[in-house]
Design a protein around this ligand. Structure first.
Ligand code: AMP
Ligand code: GLY
Length: 422
């Protein structure tokens, strides 16, 4: 079968890399993809949120399945678009429909869902413009720091953690006044939870689910988790503190009630579901849901899947996931993201990347790269993720860093302390 993967990051390269290993997969198309996906299959110059372009790409390339990497097309209803189109309705889309993708697309919906199903999460209240008069009163019931979130998708910038109560109140007003456009028609204000974060993933066909490897990502740009937030600077899997006892709590207190809640609310969720959790004093709390895999989490969890990923995706599409097998690799995988100097602020593009061909015993997953003539050049902030395996976390990290030393481009930057806290 031919497959179309939508997206252009390290996550999509990791999906293409893994799916290309399946005997059942013939050709892989990625739209728009990057230099890494171009080496595995064919890149298509399409925008994942332009559904007419996606439709043309599916028909022209005889794709039998579409795997959606990022959240925007899911929240915009790509799954529903396929179901309602006579030509596309039998082509499975791996990723939830619009109703299910609200778990990521609306923080207010997600918080309401968590509370309805008694799933542990931070105390919160949602405010619209007409209710904003109550913000101060609610903030006074919480302790500093305060967490303020735009309801909708805001390109990863919609969450603010603020120490001062006046600033928090003002931030709520400025979001309601349009700071994040329509994404801020509602604002969620919630209690700050202290603890270590981890990312837990499942794959589900809407009836049964399977636990994928968990991961921890490093979001801050600077060593020791300092500086600005980024899309993610590196990751590790497994997460040492997520032992048997903790993961049992995750299953019984979080995953099971989420899956039962979806069924109760008549929502059929098909695809990957990402639980952004915080371990607060040994107990898991939900910080957010995402309707997709994480990035750079994908670059550590996909290499830990030993089974045929296409077989699992077929199970999602056919609704018989419970009959498929998922075997994971016990070894550690670490990834370190190489970024353009200046990221997440302004940075230059078009820098020639050298040395990838000298790497060994690792996988280099491309993110912001493109092919320019016969060279691979940078085309984004996060450029590539270097993933390595090891019997221990330090061994895997040594592999990532040994290979990074062989790669170079002008103004290349990366964190040298991935895994420092574990
Ligand atoms: P979100 O987009 O909801 O994942 O929020 C982005 C980041 O903000 C999370 O990864 C956390 O680091 C942080 N965050 C969000 N909500 C909370 C909370 N209630 N307590 C502590 N940190 C939070
Ligand atoms: N690494 C976090 C995310 O993909 O949202």
């Amino acid at each position: 079968m031919n497959i179309l993967i939508l997206g252009s990051g390290g996550r999509e390269h990791a999906l293409a890399w893994k799916l290309s290993q399946s005997k059942k997969v013939s050709r892989i198309f990625t739209g728009p993809g990057n230099a890494g996906t171009a080496m595995i299959g064919t890149n298509l110059g399409i925008d994942p949120c332009n559904f007419d372009q996606v439709k043309r790409a599916v028909i022209d390339n005889k794709a039998g399945m579409v795997v959606v990497g990022p959240e925007a097309p899911l929240v915009a209803g790509i799954h529903d678009f396929f179901l309602s189109d006579n030509v596309l309705k039998d082509i499975p889309v791996i990723g939830p429909d619009m109703s299910a993708a609200r778990l990521e697309g609306s923080k207010d919906f997600a918080k309401g869902f968590l509370v309805r199903h008694k799933i542990p999460t931070a105390v919160y209240r949602t405010f619209t413009k007409s209710e904003a008069g109550g913000v101060r009163h609610f903030l006074k019931t919480l302790q500093s720091p305060y967490v303020v979130k735009a309801d909708g998708l805001a390109a990863g910038k919609g969450v603010l953690i603020i120490d001062n109560i006046d600033e928090a109140e003002n931030e709520v007003y400025s979001i309601l006044d349009g700071k994040f456009d329509k994404a801020g028609n509602k604002v969620v204000v919630e209690q700050f939870l202290k603890g270590v974060e981890l990312s837990v993933f499942i794959i589900t066909d809407g009836k049964s689910w399977k636990l994928l490897p968990e991961a921890k990502d490093y979001k801050r740009v600077g060593a020791g988790d300092t500086g600005l937030n980024t899309g993610g600077m590196g990751g590790v899997s497994p997460v040492p503190f997520a032992g048997k006892e903790f993961m049992e709590k995750v299953k019984t207190r979080i995953i099971d009630p989420t899956m039962m809640g979806l069924v109760e609310e008549g929502i059929t969720y098909k695809g990957f579901l990402f639980f952004g959790l915080i371990n607060s004093g040994g107990d898991p709390f939900v910080i957010e849901f995402n309707a997709r895999l994480g990035d750079p989490e994908s670059e550590v969890i996909i290499p830990r899947i030993r089974s045929d990923l296409f077989d699992l995706l077929e199970g999602v599409a056919a609704g018989d996931l419970s009959e498929r097998t998922l075997v994971t690799d016990d070894r550690f995988v670490t990834t370190v993201m190489l970024v353009s100097g200046g990221y997440p602020g302004s940075f230059e593009k078009g820098k020639v990347i050298s040395g990838i061909d000298k790497t060994s015993d690792c996988v280099v997953f491309h993110a912001g790269t493109k092919i320019d003539g016969n060279k691979v050049v940078t085309s984004g902030g996060r450029v590539m993720a270097v993933s390595s395996w090891g019997g221990t976390m330090p061994e895997a990290l040594r592999g990532s860093y040994r290979n990074i030393a062989l790669i170079s481009f002008e103004n290349m930057y990366y964190r040298k302390d991935i895994g420092f806290d574990l």
